[in-house]
Design a protein around this ligand. Sequence first.
Ligand SMILES: [Zn+2]
Length: 84
Amino acid sequence: MLINELLQLKFEQYKAQRKSQCCNRCQLRYAEDLKQCPYCSHLDEEGLAVLFKQKERSYLARRELGIWFLFFCSIIAASLLLIR
Ligand SMILES: [Zn+2]
């Protein structure tokens, strides 16, 4: 059956994923088998501040995209209700 094959593929994909841990310094996730965080271990405090600024900009961009999706979904739902 197709569903069983899809579930098997999803399970294989899940098993292939490397376990991750959260960095105490930058709160980004990285592979558990690495000794140091690849995102912030080479950065000084100034570099870490830049990294936090990038994280904040990325968060705000994703948030804005979500707001746009909600807006367009509302317009589509409202137009479908009006057409009926
Ligand atoms: Zn880090």
